[in-house]
Write a protein that binds this ligand. Structure first.
Ligand code: NAG
Ligand code: NAG
Length: 205
């Protein structure tokens, strides 16, 4: 069923002008992750309002090493809620919930949101997870102490200012793929595509 869905969309996209909207970084990501990444990255276009297409988060599954790196950061502080921005197939949210967090995901692609909810259910963490099908730019991130992002280069600066504005004192941003442009990372884990940058948000009175 999922396979059919992928094939169908791949064909759609090949015929449609949407194909041109794949950015350079999209192409790099596709190169890195292969087939499944391609199918999900290209279907990003049709689900996103035109104004946000530039900021659409392509779906590229987290690698096992990325997931381990993220969990190694999280094990130091198990309090507070976690949000995965562009939660894709939900694997980070589910893994965090299994590690004791109340964790939420926000994702624009309705198929992935459904997939995530089912994954959370079958893995016994549906009570500790929520998946929102929402535009991340309109999503209030202030209740979260830990925010995980698998970003795309073009959106990092804007995302950084949103997070800095909304997040509370003593919260944490964990970023994969591209670092935030202005904040200084307090910790850098791993290397290459698996690099994880950690930023601590400190607010002064
Ligand atoms: C980040 O740095 C750039 C260049 O130094 C600056 O123009 C921009 O306003 C900064 N953004 C934030 C959110 O501080
Ligand atoms: C922010 O959090 C730190 C660590 O918990 C605390 O020491 C500091 O006083 C807090 N700052 C404000 C403005 O509340």
């Amino acid at each position: 069923m999922m396979q059919e869905f992928l094939e169908e969309n791949k064909n759609d996209v090949n015929k449609s002008p949407q194909k041109k909207t794949i950015s350079t970084s999209g192409k790099i990501l596709i190169g890195l992750t292969g087939g499944l990444g391609i199918a999900f990255s290209v279907i990003c276009g049709p689900f996103v309002a035109p104004a946000f297409r530039k900021y659409c988060l392509p779906y590229v599954p987290a690698t096992t090493t990325q997931l381990e790196n993220i969990l190694s950061v999280l094990k130091h502080s198990k309090t507070g809620r976690l949000l995965d921005i562009g939660s894709g197939d939900g694997r980070i949210v589910v893994a965090a919930a299994k590690n004791g967090f109340h964790s939420d995901g926000v994702e624009l692609n309705p198929w992935l949101v459904q997939y995530s909810r089912i994954a959370a259910l079958t893995q016994g963490v549906s009570g500790k997870t929520k998946f929102y099908r929402k535009d991340l730019w309109k999503f209030d991130v202030s209740p979260y102490k830990h925010i995980v992002i698998f970003g795309v280069e073009q959106m990092m600066a804007e995302l950084e200012s949103k997070l800095q504005m909304e997040m509370k004192n003593d919260s944490q941003i964990i970023v994969c793929r591209f670092p935030l442009p202005n904040l200084t990372a307090s910790q850098i884990i791993g290397g290459g595509v698996d690099t994880v940058w950690v930023y601590n948000i400190k607010k002064t009175l």
